[in-house]
Design a binder for this molecule. Sequence first.
Ligand code: ATP
Length: 308
Amino acid sequence: MTRPVTARVPAKVNVQLAVGGLRPDGFHDLANVFLAVGLYDEVTATPADSLRITVSGADADQVPPDRTNLAARAALALAGRHGVDPAVHLHIAKDIPVAGGMAGGSADAAGALLACDALWGTGSSREELLALCAELGSDVPFSLVGGAALGRGRGELLDPLATGAAFHWVFAVADGGLSTPAVYRECDRLREASGTGATVEDIADPEPSPALLEALRTGDPAALAAAVTNDLQPAALSLRPSLAETLRAGADAGALASLVSGSGPTCAFLAKDTEAAEAVAAGLAASGTCRAVRTASGPAPGATVLAD
Ligand code: ATP
């Protein structure tokens, strides 16, 4: 009997998320600077009679245990590509907040691809895996690659970025998630309402911030804190006004920067070092403005098959 294969995959925080105008195809061009952080899901692939999904972890009940699960879609896509029977049990040990703007589903898709490729001996090249990732979702290629990277297009065209040091983060996990498409729609609505318009004709092309890329390269947390931006933050705050209190609580507890992570509702706080991160985490926990508090540093490695 073939042995199970487990892949470990990190969460991400967007240190810059610049959102262009609405394209005719319904997507937005992005300048998306991803940083992988050390919160991980693990996906274990075991031979089975047919495709089966199980999920464990605090948020397991919010993850669909069927073929709509991104991990299942990834396994089906890989099996289809190679003419393999997708008879696999995928177990997801979930530690990344669900629908939290930290690319948890994307992480599971990348993990399932890697684990199934090893289990089935399909021997995909890095390029083949990245192409499958891009078909599965805009954030999936970064989950495979990890580290730090600039995403262009919908976020799927990746350039790795050098980082000079580890950055220390605190994450405030909210009650309930936010739908990523709903947050983009709210971003468009707010732009329309403000009179700027929301389409590619109205909004300047999104560009990465030179100051932010330099701060990553030198590993300077204060410079990174001064440069982080998230164009989706007003929309996330509009849909979930209580996040303003969470952001304030983190700032009051000494965070260098406070921002909504991706489409939210998880809030991310940058700290000077691990000690400062512990202080921010304690302040947030005491504030009662979030469901849970996690600390993690980044860059973290991308999807990795664990040795058994
Ligand atoms: P992103 O940051 O990429 O926008 P997110 O972190 O906000 O994503 P996910 O955790 O990926 O959001 O979940 C979004 C939705 O996708 C969930 O509400 C859930 O119904 C569905 N979903 C499908 N597969 C998974 C999975 N493996 N893990 C989590 N959610 C999944």
